[in-house]
Design a protein around this ligand. Structure first.
Ligand SMILES: CCCCCCCCCC/C=C\CCCCCCCCCC(=O)SCCNC(=O)CCNC(=O)[C@H](O)C(C)(C)COP(=O)(O)OP(=O)(O)OC[C@H]1O[C@@H](n2cnc3c(N)ncnc32)[C@H](O)[C@@H]1OP(=O)(O)O
Ligand SMILES: Cc1cc2nc3c(=O)[nH]c(=O)nc-3n(C[C@H](O)[C@H](O)[C@H](O)COP(=O)(O)OP(=O)(O)OC[C@H]3O[C@@H](n4cnc5c(N)ncnc54)[C@H](O)[C@@H]3O)c2cc1C
Length: 664
């Protein structure tokens, strides 16, 4: 039967080159080719099916994780996939698994914190998957406060070993992904004790399970922490609990790039900063920003396609009703999210560059950019994951009732995504780190130290404190210089206000505690400025393809102006803009919505997601929503029988009883 494209009329209106936009989204022609090929490979392989995930029991679901991971590994070897291809394979399989922590944290931690010798010993085993590792930092009692961890690693000079021990219930390792059932090894973060002295938290490679029968080694208690939020979702992951009872490991299993313990038990600190122990978190936070653009674009793709299919009200003379995407309220909720997905994509690309740059510098013992890399990864991780989690939920609401069905793909996407606001650093805790960095920058302004990188704008603080926004007509809001000036003035004024208020307290710590809510807002303003700046910089590059740059520019303006509208309290209170200019923002936004409206289906098609990856009937490429929703309902196990199990036991007796009562 011929397939009908229910979104064909939308696609015929598109004014730009969608294929060229796909390249911009993927990052390069080659990246698009890889992504496209691997997504089809996954979609066509029955082992990677995922449409049944929300109805599987926990054990069945975990079993699919094991099967999919083993199959993925087999395909990686058979097809000799490159690292990039393997990582795309993981992305399109779209199921959280122990492999993520093995490749995403265990290996990077050894690379970043291990000596050359340690890397030589452990990395080949890990690369060949002859051991499976996880990243065990968080404990039952402490996650955010890493310095508060309680697990101890006490050096025993008699045997040249460390003794790993969990002294309290709250010292139990709790949450590490892959720990519960799959991992054979772990990177354990624990307090280093030598000769009765506590040197703080360090990383240790510890074998947990036998490589022969997978049983826990002596002294180790280990298991899964239990079911988590939502059906399917993150329950494919075996987040675990672990306790040590005086478990011995050789001395050379402490990661010793940052500091060392000698055979005699002497503690030596190298000239590498202690913060490198936190380096793996910087790496993962950077990847989480790119992931945010993927998760948000996925939800936006579903909501946009469905909003073009769905019609409610407004029929005249028996004609078709209005597509809900044509309601201005729908556009006002949806289009800023579409713009954010692109904005996060570009800031993610830049953050990857920043991370690569800082890594190269670290290798050459240049630690100067580490504080900025920490502040940027922490802040952008926080900003993008919070907005993405809210955005996915907004997309669910944009799809009305059908968005609540699991077959819309949105409930599972929400459930799997929201822990990103917590893991790898609670978002508020991370913003407080950014605000510390900002306060330090402000305090150094008079001292001759010139702010650089993302805080360079603070160098013109005197100008930014007084400047006036140069907008008289709505179109003036389209000038990048005007947008940047407004965001810079807002960020600078909020930081300076915090710094001034902090100085009124007798101690810095007391001030930080009291003003933390304001400090978080200043950090958000700074991070939004980074995203806007990086998007504007992206537009300064050559971008080929008919109409592509124009669409990207419109989205950039939507991103920036919708933020000004949302946070107009900040912009007005700090005198960055006037009430009249705030109202012109709205006029300009409406006109931008009209400009992108004919192109929105093209803008989501450019993500190049397969129907398999989207996992959503509402977001189907062909827009054939209603017949497929109807068909899907009959697949529910409840519909296996016409009369439900339990009818004779519960419904019938109740009905009969009511009958008797009615007769009485
Ligand atoms: C199928 C086959 C496939 C094959 C291929 C697969 C490929 C898969 C790839 C997958 C890739 C990636 C995916 C990864 C999966 C992710 C899944 C999620 C997993 C989640 C894991 C976790 O959650 S791990 C635990 C994370 N925990 C945290 O984040 C804790 C948060 N807390 C902290 O970070 C810190 O404790 C703190 C920063 C909040 C405070 O620390 P502390 O008290 O020590 O600090 P101070 O405030 O006193 O600061 C001291 C100074 O140090 C600076 N600082 C702090 N942190 C850092 C840092 N990270 N880097 C650099 N500097 C730092 C701080 O600024 C202070 O500086 P000064 O002010 O100058 O003194
Ligand atoms: C799905 C998932 C996977 C995970 N995977 C791993 C893993 O693989 N390995 C691992 O080691 N860990 C893992 N974690 C743990 C995770 O890193 C921590 O949960 C996270 O760092 C937050 O720490 P916490 O739970 O201690 O939160 P808490 O710090 O207890 O936060 C509770 C509340 O207190 C607030 N708060 C805390 N401190 C402050 C402060 N100083 N100022 C103001 N407010 C504050 C927070 O904002 C939050 O609202 C995972 C967690 C989840 C949910």
């Amino acid at each position: 039967m011929e397939e009908i494209d229910h979104l064909g009329h939308e696609r015929s209106k598109i004014e730009f080159d969608v294929e060229a936009m796909k390249i911009v989204w993927a990052g390069s022609q080659r990246a698009l080719e890889v992504s496209d090929r691997i997504s089809r490979l996954v979609a066509s392989d029955p082992i990677f099916r995922k449409d049944d995930r929300t109805i599987l029991s926990r054990k069945e679901l975990f079993n699919t994780t094991l099967r999919k991971s083993a199959h993925a590994w087999k395909r990686i070897i058979e097809l000799r996939l490159t690292e990039e291809e393997a990582s795309r394979l993981r992305f399109y399989i779209d199921q959280p698994a122990f492999m993520d922590l093995h490749w995403g944290m265990f290996i990077p931690a050894i690379k970043g914190q291990g000596t050359e010798e340690q890397q030589k010993k452990w990395l080949p085993l890990a690369y060949k998957m002859q051991i499976i590792g996880c990243y065990a930092q968080t404990e039952l009692g402490h996650g955010s406060n890493v310095q508060g961890l309680e697990t101890t690693a006490t050096f025993d000079p008699k045997t040249d070993e460390f003794i790993l021990h969990s002294p309290t219930l709250t010292s139990s390792k709790w949450w590490p992904g892959g720990l519960g059932k799959a991992s054979t090894h772990a990177l354990i973060y624990s307090r280093l004790i030598t000769d009765g002295q506590d040197h703080g938290v360090h990383g240790f490679i510890v074998q947990l399970r036998s490589l022969d029968d997978h049983l826990p080694l002596p002294g180790i208690t280990i298991g899964d922490i239990g079911i988590k939020f939502g059906n399917g979702a993150y329950n494919s992951m075996d987040n675990g609990v672990l306790r040590f009872d005086h478990v011995r490991i050789p001395r050379d299993q402490m990661l010793m790039r940052v500091s060392q313990v000698t055979r005699e038990g002497k503690y030596l600190q190298s000239d590498v900063p202690r913060q490198l122990v936190y380096g793996t978190m910087v790496y993962v936070r950077q990847t989480i920003v790119s992931d945010a653009s993927c998760a948000l674009s996925r939800a936006v793709c579903i909501a946009t396609r469905y909003s073009a299919v769905r019609r409610q009200f407004g029929s005249q003379d028996g004609g078709p009703e209005t597509q809900v995407i044509d309601y201005k309220t729908q556009q006002n909720r949806l289009f800023p999210l579409l713009a954010s997905a692109y904005a996060y994509r570009f800031v993610g690309e830049w953050l990857k560059w920043l991370y690569t740059d800082v890594t190269q510098r670290l290798q050459a013992n240049d630690f100067s950019t580490l504080p900025e890399a920490h502040a940027c990864t922490a802040g952008l991780k926080s900003l993008t994951t919070s907005a993405t989690a809210d955005g996915i939920e907004e997309c669910r609401k944009l799809c009305g009732g059908h968005g609540y069905l699991c077959s819309s793909g949105l409930p599972e996407l929400f459930a799997v995504y929201i822990p990103a606001c917590t893991y790898e650093g609670d978002n508020i805790v991370l913003l407080l780190q950014v605000s510390r960095f900002l306060m330090k920058t402000v305090s150094q302004l008079g001292s001759g130290i010139k702010p650089v990188g993302t805080t360079a704008y603070m160098g013109q603080v005197e100008h930014l404190m007084q400047c006036h926004c140069d907008v008289q007509r709505a179109e003036d809001w389209l000038k990048p210089s005007v947008i940047l000036a407004a965001f810079q003035a807002r960020a600078a004024r909020m930081s300076v206000a915090c710094a001034q208020n902090l100085s009124k307290f007798s101690s810095q710590e007391e001030g930080f505690a009291e003003l933390s809510a304001d400090l978080v807002e200043a950090a958000v303003a700074h991070c939004q400025l980074i995203v806007v700046t990086k998007y504007i910089e992206k537009l300064q590059q050559a971008i080929p393809g008919k109409g592509v740059k124009e669409q990207l520019a419109a989205l950039c303006n939507i991103y920036a102006l919708s933020l000004i509208h949302k946070h107009q309290g900040d912009f007005l209170a700090n005198g960055c803009i006037t009430p009249k200019q705030a109202s012109l923002v709205n006029w300009q936004l409406r006109s931008l919505y009209a400009q992108v409206r004919p192109n929105v289906i093209g803008l989501v098609d450019a993500f190049n997601y397969t129907d398999h990856y989207l996992g959503s009937i509402l977001g189907r490429y062909d827009g054939n929503v209603y017949p497929k929703l109807y068909e899907e309902a009959w697949k529910d196990p409840l519909n296996d029988s016409v009369v439900p199990d339990g009818y004779h036991e519960f419904i019938r007796p109740m009905l009969k009883q009511q009958l008797r009562t009615a007769r009485l």
